[in-house]
Design a protein around this ligand. Sequence first.
Ligand SMILES: [Zn+2]
Length: 416
Amino acid sequence: MIPGKCRSRLGSGGKPAADSETIGPPVSGKVVRTIGISFESHFEGGNGELLAIDGDEVCFRVDKRKSPVCLWWYVKLDGVAGRRVRLVLQEVSARAGGAMEYADGKVRPVASVDGGPWRRLRPGFVDAEADKVTFEVPFASTARRARVAFCYPYVYSDLWRACRQWRKLPGVSVGSLVTSQGGRDVPLLLIGDPDSAPRDMVAIVARQHAGETPGSFVLEGILEALTGSGPVGKWARSKALIAVVPAVDVDNVAEGGYGKDERPVDYNRDWLKPRRPQTKALRRLLADLASRHRYRVFLDLHAPWTADPNMLVWTPPELVDEATGRAQDRLARLIFAHQTAAFDVAWSDCLATPESWGNWQLMSGIRQAIDHGVASVCVETTYHRTHAGRWASPHLYRGHGRAIARAVVDFCREDS
Ligand SMILES: [Zn+2]
């Protein structure tokens, strides 16, 4: 404890939350306070470096590890009963992508109390000069432990829990793509028989950037539709071969690393002469399957910058032949057309990959489009709010995924 070290000055407009808005079960009985708050980040998917605890104020910063910045953080607090905790994220511009990204209520992290449902916090107060954001979190007197994260967590054990469910579904096999550098199994899902007569082939990858958790929930929605009893599922079982790597960077998914632009090479900039085991194996697998099937669609599931809305991003048409350019434009327009009102994508937020993103010709979608002439779209799904101001949730992410699956099926059907 370092008294006074991180005492926050709340910015203007900071209204204290009403007691009725405490997080946790309803108050009953007397208020119980523990001796102090404790902080933890060394758990599955956790990220955060404690700087100081001063009474009800907890100051921390992100742990960048091998990335130049880190949007992802995920911490546990113990001893929060009856406290109005001030959770202060420091060095936000220096380490976490920019303090002003959190301004104007654009970012609302999520919290879960004692294993209960995740709820969004109220907007934080940005002190740009001090490079910090403060979230006031009032906890009920019955609350004991809280988990607080930049966005809904989806960790390595969540991935395997999902794999165990997927493998029960008809036509789905779950195997191993490769072992990661950290010694973890990288799961590979196949829907359909790779040794069958040629089928329409769709490849889907998620979590090349491990901290971009929305991609995993979107993938759950896509797979729900592709394995369901409706027309999308029927098409998948009768006409398609779907290859899915639900988490590419499993090591950072497990260890809480953000992963983007990580040394020695970003997973999504490793697709020309791969150095990582996952990208080597995945490129080889897709080339092999493409030699035996009609490779139609490559989907790469990400999340955008801190407060950005949903986006679709595709290969600049000048990098591919005319037919491929037309195909990916049609796929992007179909995804846009299938969107639901509940979780919108604005066409004005969709674009060809800008050269300024860096090493663009080494990216997975662009390489697959160039090498295989496949319609390739990168789906960037917001951590926080859509263009129309809807707050994202796992439920809405999955709905977004189901809409994307319908678009993929329409795309393949129209083109056959
Ligand atoms: Zn990404």
